[in-house]
Write a new protein. Structure first.
Length: 363
């Protein structure tokens, strides 16, 4: 059976070997007689799964020892609130102000949430009409007294990506929901990284937070336990029942990445996939990607057809060709191909071939 290629922005494709392994282990994980979803999170079996996943993730990303890795719930959207609830007081002088870069729909949501807790200074905005580029370092108007600087390295909806990590004198906070594990990063450049798993890591329901030790432990007054990073860190992400099955599946994804050769190898494949697709779009007068070349995303490729009246035909034909979920986000329109780690290169080739054929017959 050959599976279709699913270009969904999230929940997104998982690597087929991971799904097969989960299938093999579904009824009896390693002789336990149980499915992982049936195990106590405090059992020796699940603890070994959890520890292996954390150590593999640390290895893949080269996470330094003074960072905690948390396996939480609530999605990236909960982090929009948890970040200000925990990090405002952590900075010298208890600053009630944070810098945010406004580069797209997810930045805007993060900013709106942070405004409930503090003054937000928008240190750069790309919102003049549409979001089609990331600001350069020189364009960032940073405040020396901000508690932290928050940005979104990849705007999943607009397909806008930073090609650099901003320099800042305050802790850098990054919403990496759609880029974490797509390439190597230098974790030590960041104070805190968070990501919902369902784009590039595993199934929905798991949220990964990587945070430097010294930034946690000073939550604002009245912070509920479930929103306090320190409580999760002190309890190895088992203060309450964690999303055990999602944690297990993410662990299988980490093992798949290790087997592939790690994040440098993954990055090469991802860059090749993105380059191919953008080259096909740029070579055609029929398809357009609106994003400035230097800010184009490796992970989410929005594109429009010359005639929007053909959108439904395009999507219908794509579906018949085994190319699913190409419809663009409702706020942007057109198409969007999300091509995370689990999208095989053959899926890109199939999409490019379909696009060429559609252009030939409809252009
Ligand atoms: C998907 C996404 C979110 C929202 O994630 P949830 O898990 O649904 O809360 C936030 N930021 C970015 C960059 C995303 O891609």
């Amino acid at each position: 059976m050959s599976r279709p290629y699913n270009f969904s922005a999230g929940p997104a494709m998982l690597p087929e070997p991971v799904l097969r392994r989960a299938q093999e282990e579904m009824l009896d994980w390693h002789g336990s007689g149980m499915c992982v979803a049936e195990m106590s999170h405090r059992s020796k079996q699940f603890m070994s799964i959890a520890e292996q996943a954390e150590s593999d993730l640390r290895m893949l990303l080269g996470v330094p020892d003074d960072y905690r890795v948390l396996f939480l719930q609530g999605g990236a959207s909960s982090q929009f609130a948890m970040v200000p609830m925990n990090l405002l007081a952590a900075s010298k002088g208890s600053s009630a102000m944070a810098d945010y870069l406004n580069t797209g729909s997810w930045s805007k949501k993060a900013i709106a949430e942070a405004r409930k807790f503090c003054d937000v200074k928008v240190a750069a905005t790309a919102e003049d009409g549409r979001f089609i580029r990331a600001p350069t370092q020189a364009e960032l108007n940073l405040s020396a007294n901000a508690a932290y600087l928050h940005y979104t390295p990849n705007e999943t909806i607009e397909g806008v990506e930073f090609s650099y990590v901003p320099e800042a004198t305050v802790p850098l906070v990054a919403d990496m929901s759609s880029t974490l594990l797509s390439r190597p990063i230098d974790v030590s450049r960041f104070g805190l990284i968070y990501a919902g798993a369902q784009k590039n890591i595993g199934p929905a329901g798991l949220t990964i937070v990587i945070v430097r030790d010294d930034l946690i432990g000073q939550p604002r007054n009245g912070t509920p336990a479930m929103f306090d990073y320190k409580i999760h860190a002190d309890n190895d992400s088992m203060y309450n029942t964690p999303p055990t099955y999602a944690w297990y599946l993410a662990g299988l994804v980490f093992q798949w990445l290790k087997d592939l050769g790690g994040l440098a190898v993954m990055a090469e494949i991802n860059q090749r996939k993105a380059d191919k697709l953008y080259a096909a779009i740029d070579a055609s007068d029929f398809y357009t990607n609106p994003v400035e070349v230097a800010s184009r995303s490796w992970m989410n490729v929005p594109f429009t057809l010359a005639d929007a009246a053909l959108d439904e035909d395009f999507l219908g034909g794509a579906k018949s060709a085994g190319l699913l979920t190409l419809k663009g986000h409702r706020s942007v329109g057109g198409m969007r191909a999300s091509i995370y780690n689990a999208m095989p290169e053959a899926g890109i080739d199939a999409l490019i071939a379909y696009m060429a054929e559609f252009e030939r017959t409809h252009g």
